[in-house]
Design a protein around this ligand. Structure first.
Ligand code: C2O
Ligand code: CU
Length: 408
């Protein structure tokens, strides 16, 4: 099935999954955003040997935090995720939020041919050096959406997961007024989406509270407005002809209970600069421009280092951090492209953006960095091991934008 089965556990429970590889390629599974022990992280040749065709591997770990996560292979990522290998991973709070429905939308993006089969040609150098592969068919839970049935008066917790290889979403709920309650699984002060749009970079998640304030029989569109002049209707919210579930609007909700990440001690933090370079029309010298396109695998770099041709295991760490200390990664995106930067094994607070303190100091595991922008990410390096730090546009990742950060 596409997406794969939804995994749903309660915070603190143990997950045990046997992965049987029936592909013709090697693979692994990464539990995106979940702070797993290093050996369970699914980074090929870094935390485990890739699972060869015909082999299997057992992942087993306790889930420390509640929230909306997902899982996907971390080998041949562009093709394997691009062909639909991914699924939702939901970890419920000990006390469920008082909502009428808990709904998961795994947002996918496929490039289909006229006969509806998935087009090949993954890791196309032109796409690697630009936005990455963006498809022509957007899906919700593996289907081309048409209408999403709702009932007047109901309160929905909508868990949005961007599982696309390269597409960014900017969802506008028009007449409805969603409240953001979590980013990347981590609670945030409930607030209306900034600029009226729920922006989801690849691999990011947003949990919303959506009150169905329309009338029975109404139809209300959800638009994706992210790319200028390419807006389209994602889906219609379609009200059933049923009496409203409640007469008065539901009362405001409190913030979700906090998760278990240690609080970064920003005043004592050690700061490290991290620069992103490469791609078309980008700065950063040697990698920029058409020249980079001739060079094969390494069109992007982190601190001047590019992953050699998909071989994660050959990389020296760009940073070695002391376990238990607070660090700030000061990221400078010098390129002309968006990069959703993901750190494995940890969540971080986004403390500044372009030098300005962020309003919510939100926790994330993947931060969408606009072209030519800066951000400071603060976290306690409390999870020992070698962790991937990379761009989650899968073509960028495969094209070199991948590094290792060691917590010693
Ligand atoms: Cu979604 Cu390196 O991962
Ligand atoms: Cu990128």
């Amino acid at each position: 099935m596409v997406p794969g089965p939804e995994l749903r556990l309660r915070q603190g429970e143990k997950l045990r999954v046997t992965v049987e590889n029936r592909l013709s390629q090697d693979t692994t599974i990464h539990w995106h955003g979940v702070r797993v022990p290093n050996a369970m992280d699914g980074a090929p040749n870094v935390t485990q040997k890739p699972i060869q065709p015909g082999e299997s591997f057992v992942y087993e770990f306790t889930v420390p935090d509640a929230g909306t996560y997902w899982y996907h292979p971390h080998a041949h990522s562009s093709e394997q995720v691009g062909r639909g290998l991914m699924g939702a991973f939901i970890i419920e709070e000990p006390e469920p939020l008082p909502v009428d429905r808990d709904v998961v939308w795994v947002l996918g993006d496929f490039r289909l041919k006229a006969d509806a089969s998935i087009a090949g040609g993954f890791n196309n150098p032109m796409e690697i050096s630009m936005s990455g592969r963006v498809g022509n068919t957007v899906t919700i839970n593996g289907r081309v959406p048409d209408r999403f049935p709702v009932r007047a008066g109901e309160r929905i917790r909508l868990r949005l997961i961007n599982a696309a290889a390269g597409r960014i979403f900017g969802l506008d709920f028009k007449d409805h007024k969603p409240l953001v309650i979590a980013f990347d699984g981590q609670p945030v002060e409930p607030h209306p989406p900034e600029g009226g749009r729920v922006v989801l970079g690849p691999a990011t998640r947003t949990d919303l509270i959506l009150d169905m304030t329309g009338k029975p029989g109404d139809t209300a569109p959800v638009m994706d407005m992210f790319y200028e002049d390419l807006e389209y209707k994602l889906v219609d919210l379609s009200y059933r002809d049923e009496a409203p579930l409640r007469a008065k609007p539901a009362p405001p909700l409190a913030k979700l209970p906090p998760n278990t990440m240690p609080e970064p001690d920003v005043a004592k933090a050690q700061r490290h600069e991290v620069t992103l370079t490469g791609g078309m029309m980008g700065g950063g010298g040697m990698m920029g421009g058409m020249g980079g396109m001739m060079g094969g695998g390494s069109m992007w770099a982190i601190n001047g280092v590019a992953m050699p041709d998909g071989r994660m295991g050959d990389m020296e760490p760009i940073l070695t951090l002391d376990r238990g200390k607070t660090y700030i990664l000061a990221i400078d995106n010098q390129t002309a492209w968006h990069h959703p930067m993901h750190l494995h094994g940890h969540s971080f607070r986004v403390i500044t953006r372009n030098g300005q303190r962020t309003r919510f100091q939100e926790w994330r595991d993947t931060d969408l960095m606009p072209p030519r922008s800066r951000a400071e990410l603060a976290f306690v390096a409390d999870n020992p091991g070698d962790w991937m730090f990379h761009c989650h546009v899968l073509d960028h990742q495969d094209g070199g934008m991948m590094s290792v950060i060691r917590v010693a």
